[in-house]
Design a protein around this ligand. Structure first.
Ligand code: F0G
Length: 369
């Protein structure tokens, strides 16, 4: 069967009747990749798997929410959508608006967005509004403007966004043969995604239907087990660790440079109900994990995404995450969006030689020694 995106695949679990036409780029259905080298090096006898959301059409998990939000907006007759963004939401909004033939207005923080993400908004023809402020300012402005302007908000305060994003939990359960993992780790910024995953796990778990979904009976999902949800923030932008809003969030992980998360209550509920926790990672820790994953597993995620694995590895080391358990880390975005961060870290293996066989051979032999 040809895969046509998550709205069609999970329609019975989404608020879309059969008459609603999906605006889709065939998002979702991303791989759950088992890490083979890092667990061994960490002395971990359980499993660590990464849900690589960077392989969505615009390179981040935002496509899951955006297909749902834009599908609904178009169904309601909207001609324009608007969002504030640290870069990925705007990239997704721009692409799905292009697909639907409507206008996307995106408010982005001045200068603090990865170049690839800015290019995405531009190439898909969005109206890009750079504000002299941060994401939290943008979010406030979007809410104010949408009170009067005929634009549909597609930030995660739009409930359709989280509906779309919850499908990642369904895919993970399917990939694990009908079971949830023991722990689910993810980066937290605006806190929509952790809320969406928790909703997805709970819904999958509570469902009592005999209908089959891609080989697994839905009943098989209802095994009573839910993961502990661990949310990791960048230390300079960690309102969940500080107990409230952070006025001037700062981190190299620009995607999660957010001080005033909109899904505050939902995220706390996910943490409390699941028996999970929030923790923080420093910028050097985040970048080191991004490198580790790329160099030892061949998976390149963006800095914000690495916070999930960074926190998980620390909690495995401390024993907070139990030996022998199954851990899923969401890698929210693709490393290709932000090559600057890697280049800035230095080109340690770049060797410059003359365009001569002997020079190239010498360079290779020196490295093999
Ligand atoms: N990882 C990446 C790569 C992101 O782009 C975001 C959020 C998050 C993690 C955090 O997810 O907000 O649901 O807690 N990016 C938003 C944006 C804010 O505008 O692209 P969250």
């Amino acid at each position: 069967m040809h895969y046509t995106g998550l709205v069609n695949r999970y329609r019975s679990r989404l608020p879309f009747g059969p008459e609603v036409k999906a605006v889709t780029l065939n998002e979702g259905n991303t791989p759950l990749i088992e890490l083979v080298n890092i667990p061994r090096q960490a002395g971990f006898e359980g499993r660590i798997l990464v849900k690589f959301e960077g392989l969505n059409p615009t390179g981040s998990f935002k496509d899951r929410g955006m297909t749902a939000a834009v599908t609904q907006a178009v169904h309601e007759g909207s001609k324009a959508i608007i969002c504030a963004s640290t870069g990925n939401t705007s990239a997704a909004a721009a692409a799905y608006a292009a697909r639907a033939g409507i206008t996307a207005f995106v408010l982005i923080p001045d200068g603090k967005i990865a170049l690839g993400k800015l290019a995405q908004a531009v190439v898909h023809g969005a109206v890009v509004v750079q504000i002299q402020g941060n994401f939290d300012d943008g979010m406030r402005l979007v809410k104010e403007v949408a009170q009067t302007a005929p634009v549909a908000i597609v930030n995660s305060i739009n409930p359709y966004r989280l509906q779309g994003q919850k499908t990642a939990a369904f895919e993970i359960i399917e990939a694990l043969g009908g079971q949830a993992p023991d722990y689910h780790c993810l980066p937290v910024g605006n806190a929509g995604n952790i809320s969406a995953y928790w909703m997805g796990y709970k819904e999958a778990n509570g469902q009592k239907s005999t209908a089959t979904m891609f080989g697994y009976s839905l009943e098989a999902f209802a095994d009573g087990k839910l993961p502990k949800m661990a949310g990791y923030q960048a230390a300079g932008a960690a309102p969940f660790l500080r107990g409230g809003r952070v006025a001037n969030p700062e981190t190299v992980a620009t995607a999660i440079r957010i001080g005033d998360p909109q899904s505050w209550d939902h995220a706390w509920a996910a943490q409390k109900e699941s028996g999970g926790w929030f923790d923080e990672c420093t910028d050097p820790e985040i970048l080191a994990t991004q490198r580790l994953l790329a160099e030892t597993e061949g998976v390149w995620c963006e800095p914000a995404s690495a916070a999930s694995l960074c926190g998980a590895l620390r909690d495995i080391k401390s024993g907070k995450i139990a030996q022998g358990s199954t851990v899923v880390c969401t890698l929210t975005g693709n490393g290709l969006k932000d090559p600057d961060i890697v280049i800035q870290g230095g080109l340690k293996d770049l060797i410059q030689v003359a365009a001569e066989r002997s020079a190239v051979e010498r360079a290779i032999l020196a490295k093999l020694r």
